[in-house]
Design a protein around this ligand. Structure first.
Ligand code: NAI
Ligand code: MG
Length: 352
C-alpha cells in the first residue's frame, strides 16, 4: 500500500528542516519496505504576501485526499503572527477536527538539559493538548478602535465533543503508559469553561478506574515541570496551557529543536497533521543551523499513526543513537557547531 503524504514546508526554518529531513525519512521508509509518495504544497506567508491568503480556497479539499499532512512551520516577520497561525495551521486543525495534539517530552541520553541531576530517560512524559477550541477559538472582537473607550473581547469555547475527545485520548494513553494522568486547568479563576473541563475529566475518568488522576492548576504545574518533571506521565491540558507547557517541556529536555508534535483526528475521518513544536524561528532563518531532530521525530509520530511502526522505530533509534554519540554532528542549540544538513545527513547514514 502506498502512503500519500501532503508536505507543507511553510516558512523560515520550517522549509529548511523539512527539506533536509526528507532523505532520512526516505531511507527509513525504504529500509522498512514501505511505499510512500510526497506531494509538496508551497503554501505559507510568501503566498499570503503575493495573493492575500496562506492557502488556496480549495486547500482543505486538496489536503483531504492525502493520508497524512506534514507541516514545517509558519510565521513571517512581515505578516502578523495571528494571520499566519489562523490562516494555515488553525484552518487545518479546526477544519479536520484534529482535536488531539500529542506532544512527547523526553530527555535523551547525551543531552545536558538545564535541570541539574537529570540524565537520559529521567524526563519522559507526554502532553495531550486540546487542539481545536478553548482559548484559540476565533471568538471576539474590537470596537471603538483608537478611542479612549476602545474595547477588545476574547472568548474561550469548550465543547463536549472537543473536550471529551482530548480527555479520552489522554486516558487511553495513560492506560498504555504508567497509568498516571495529570489534569492541568485553572478552574479556580476560569469558573465556566475549565470547571466544565474538570467535570468531563471526572466523567470520562470513571471509565478508567485503573488510571490515577492528579489535578494541578497551570501555575503550579509550570513550577512542577521544573521541580519534579520525572513524576509526570500523561498530562492533559487546554489549547493555550498545552501550548505553553510544551515549550517549557522542550526547554527542560534540552531544546525546541528536539520537540515533536502531532495533530490527530482520532476518528480518522480526516487526515492528521504532524509538525515540530517550534515555529519558523526568525532569529536563525537562513543560517542553516536549525535542528532537524524535532522534525525527524515528528515524522516518527506520522508513521506510528499510519501503522508503520518499523519506520517510526528506525527514525527514533537513529536520533537516540546520534544524540548518545559524542562525536556525532550537532546543531548549536544543543551545544554543537554543525548545520541542519550535516545532522540530517548523519541521521540518514545511521539508518542505512
Ligand atoms: P520559535 O519556536 O520559532 O523559536 C523560539 C526559539 O527557539 C528561537 O530562539 C529559535 O531560534 C529556537 N528554535 C526553534 N526551533 C529551533 C530549531 N529547530 N533548532 C534550533 N533552535 C530552534 O518561536 P517564536 O520565535 O516565538 O516564533 C517565530 C514565528 O513562528 C512566529 O511567527 C510564530 O507565530 C510562529 N510559530 C509557528 C508555529 C507553527 O507553525 N506551528 C509554532 C510556534 C510559533
Ligand atoms: Mg507553541
Amino acid at each position: 500500500m502506498t502512503h500519500d503524504i501532503a508536505v507543507i514546508p511553510g516558512d523560515g526554518i520550517g522549509t529548511e528542516v523539512v527539506e533536509h529531513s526528507i532523505p532520512a525519512v526516505e531511507e527509513a521508509v525504504t529500509a522498512a519496505g514501505v511505499d510512500v509518495g510526497f506531494t509538496h504544497y508551497d503554501w505559507g506567508s510568501d503566498r499570503y504576501l503575493a495573493e492575500g491568503a496562506m492557502i488556496p480556497a480549495d486547500g482543505l479539499d486538496r489536503l483531504q485526499e492525502h493520508d497524512a499532512i506534514f507541516l514545517g512551520a509558519v510565521g513571517h516577520p512581515d505578516v502578523p503572527d495571528h494571520v499566519t497561525l489562523h490562516g494555515l495551521r488553525l484552518e487545518i486543525t479546526k477544519g479536520f477536527k484534529q482535536h488531539v495534539c500529542k506532544r512527547p517530552t523526553y530527555l535523551y541520553e547525551g543531552i545536558t538539559g538545564p535541570l541539574r541531576g537529570y540524565s537520559g530517560g529521567d524526563i519522559d512524559f507526554v502532553v495531550y493538548r486540546q487542539n481545536t477550541e478553548g482559548e484559540y477559538a476565533h471568538i471576539g472582537g474590537r470596537e471603538y478602535r483608537g478611542h479612549d473607550n476602545e474595547v477588545a473581547f476574547q472568548g474561550a469555547m469548550f465543547t463536549r465533543e472537543g473536550t471529551e475527545t482530548i480527555v479520552r485520548a489522554a486516558f487511553e494513553a495513560a492506560t498504555e503508559r504508567e497509568g498516571a494522568l495529570t489534569n492541568v486547568t485553572k478552574s479556580n479563576a476560569q469558573a465556566h469553561g475549565m470547571v466544565f473541563w474538570d467535570d468531563v475529566v471526572e466523567e470520562v475518568g470513571a471509565e478508567y478506574p485503573d488510571v490515577e488522576v492528579e489535578r494541578l492548576l497551570v501555575d503550579a504545574a509550570s513550577m512542577d515541570f521544573v521541580r519534579r518533571p520525572e513524576e509526570f506521565d500523561v498530562i492533559v491540558a487546554s489549547n493555550l496551557f498545552g501550548d505553553i507547557l510544551t515549550d517549557l517541556g522542550a526547554g527542560i529536555s534540552g531544546s525546541m529543536g528536539l520537540a515533536p508534535s502531532s495533530n490527530i483526528d482520532p476518528t480518522r475521518t480526516y487526515p492528521s497533521m504532524f509538525e515540530p513544536v517550534h515555529g519558523s524561528a526568525f532569529d536563525i532563518t537562513g543560517e542553516g543551523i536549525a535542528n532537524p531532530i524535532a522534525t525527524v521525530l515528528s515524522w516518527g509520530l506520522l508513521w506510528d499513526h499510519l501503522g508503520e511502526e518499523a519506520v517510526a522505530r528506525e527514525l527514533r533509534a537513529a536520533v537516540a543513537d546520534q544524540l548518545a554519540d559524542s562525536d556525532a554532528p550537532r546543531t548549536p542549540d544543543i551545544g554543537g557547531e554543525s548545520g541542519t544538513e550535516a545532522v540530517a545527513g548523519d541521521l540518514r547514514t545511521r539508518i542505512e
